[in-house]
Design a protein around this ligand. Structure first.
Ligand code: SF4
Length: 101
């Protein structure tokens, strides 16, 4: 994993083959799925709202219909669970700030 927060991650999402949203999108909307896969899953998965919620609260907390760009929704879910809020880095949402301390 890249520790340089200013760099775009060139790692694939760990949930690539198990992500129900991506798998279903590839069946139902293949062109959109390919764009999302190239924008998020293959290189910038940390910006994906689904990944953020999954890593903070577990897969059960990820709404089935949540799309990768729905960061405000993810932020609200984390805030409701008392898990902090997103922090910005280079103008992009990159991760969470833990407010529990
Ligand atoms: S949509 Fe998000 S959680 Fe699903 S595989 Fe892509 S980056 Fe991972």
């Amino acid at each position: 994993m890249n520790n340089n927060n200013n760099a775009i991650d060139n790692e694939k999402c760990a949930y690539l083959t198990a992500c129900t949203f991506l798998v279903e999108s590839q069946k139902e909307m293949p062109e959109l799925a390919e764009r999302l896969k190239n924008s998020y899953c293959m290189k910038n998965y940390r910006a994906c709202a689904r990944t953020v919620v999954h890593e903070a609260l577990g897969l059960v907390a990820v709404p089935d219909q949540m799309m990768p760009h729905q960061n405000l929704w993810a932020e609200q879910i984390l805030a409701d669970a008392g898990k902090g809020s997103f922090i910005y880095n280079n103008g992009r949402k990159r991760g969470r700030e833990n407010n529990s301390q």
